[in-house]
Write a protein that binds this ligand. Structure first.
Ligand code: PLP
Length: 392
């Protein structure tokens, strides 16, 4: 059976060029980058090269890039790294109500320590309104953190505008750009962003590696203490192979971004237009255009309970998509807090399909999907209506 992977927001397959860049680090290039001998210096050069490649993707300077073990770690480091510099009662943080758990759970933790957290509302189209930020700032607001692109609905946030408002107030601005990096241009020389987190495995790079961009002059407390690697900001012997892979992934994404984004937008729009035409109750969730190039989130009015069945039926046909975010697969069947934040009721918020395209997807895979999904929606309806009746 043909296997089709349409779940690139969960993770992406490694680009073979990334694998090639990593392989020497598992063979001859094995040194500890902190060692002063030839083996260590060879590994150090690999890290320097990876740091430069990542910095180039953002038009940043290499010394503004700190490698982390994940997007989650970068998010934790940004939030805790600012908050721990203040007495908790003197620290107010603003975020949005539909961030990834890497932000929301860190906020909950900081709240337990005594910090005040405010959650900005989002519109029904999945966008944070900059006006709401203006109204939420307080004299002791230290940090604002709003994601660049949402992981479930794929909507793009007005980061530059939000960052400008934050900077005018004198606070720091962080963005969780894990879903956006490598897909849309994010240039630190043109955006007043202080910190930005990213993750290797979302841009056809390896898992277990991420980075936090920290603008020159911005001071944060480290999360991990030890031997002083990464300029003392993130101790631990570096994951050299993963850094080489992330660097290569960043370089490829930067070089190919324009062409690849147009290609993905074309495939994405074919799916949105055809599915909403062929399936009368299908609707797009989130803003029609302010969305990631390859990201589609669909609802099916009156068939919300069927999303999970549809996902499983597609899987039977070899097509991998998701019902929400991979992180929420533990909560399958629960309403999505992201869709609830967008004002959907708990019935609608239970039933969405997320289809996310990537570098190796083709027109012919989209053709197959456009043939299979309408057929499955049609055939599943009676089964799930019955299951509705049984559980009612
Ligand atoms: N932030 C967002 C928006 C994400 O989508 C994800 C992963 O899905 C993360 C953070 C966490 O990244 P990682 O898997 O590298 O920890």
């Amino acid at each position: 059976m043909e296997q089709i992977y349409f779940d690139h927001s969960a993770t992406t397959p490694l680009d073979p060029r990334v694998v090639e860049a990593m392989l020497p680090c598992y063979r001859a290039n094995f040194g500890n980058p902190s060692s002063l001998h030839w083996a260590g210096q060879q590994a150090k050069q690999t890290i320097d090269e990876g740091r430069r490649q990542v910095a180039d993707l953002f038009h940043a300077s290499p010394d503004e890039i700190t490698f982390t073990a994940s997007g989650t770690e970068g998010d934790n480091m940004a939030l805790s790294g600012v908050a721990t510099q203040y007495k908790p009662q003197d620290c107010h943080i603003i975020t949005s109500s539909f961030e990834h758990p890497a932000i929301l759970e860190t906020c909950k933790h900081l709240e337990k320590l005594g910090c005040a957290i405010s959650y900005l509302p989002v519109t029904s189209e999945g966008i944070v309104n900059p006006e709401s930020l203006k109204q939420t700032l307080r004299p002791n607001t230290r940090l604002v953190s709003v994601m660049a692109a949402n992981n479930v609905v794929g909507t793009l946030q007005p980061i530059t505008e939000l960052a400008k408002i934050t900077k005018a107030h004198g606070a720091l601005f962080h963005t969780d750009a894990v879903q956006a990096v490598g897909k849309i241009p994010l240039h630190m020389d043109a955006m007043p962003v202080d910190m930005l987190s990213l993750s290797g495995h979302k841009l056809h790079g390896p898992k277990g590696i991420g980075a936090l961009y920290i603008r020159q002059g911005v001071k944060i407390e480290p999360l991990v203490h030890g031997g002083g690697q990464e300029r003392g900001l993130r101790s631990a012997t570096e994951n050299v192979a993963a850094i080489a892979g992330l660097g290569k992934a960043a370089e490829i994404a930067g070089t190919e971004m324009n062409e690849e984004a147009s290609r993905l937008v074309r495939l994405r729009d074919r799916i949105i237009v055809t599915i909403t035409e062929k399936i009368p109750n299908a609707y797009l969730i989130g803003h029609r255009y302010k969305r990631l190039p390859g990201h589609i989130c669909l609802g099916f009015a009156g068939q919300e309970g069927e999303a999970i069945h549809l996902m499983l039926a597609l899987n039977e046909e070899g097509i991998a998509i998701s019902t929400g975010s991979a992180c929420s697969s533990h909560n399958a069947g629960q309403p999505s807090y992201i869709l609830m934040a967008m004002g959907m009721d708990s019935v609608r918020a239970r039933g969405s399909l997320r289809i996310t395209l990537g570098r190796f997807n083709t027109d012919s895979e989209v053709d197959t999907f456009l043939e299979v999904l309408p057929r499955l929606v049609e055939s599943l309806h009676p089964v799930t209506s019955r299951s509705f009746a049984l559980t009612a």
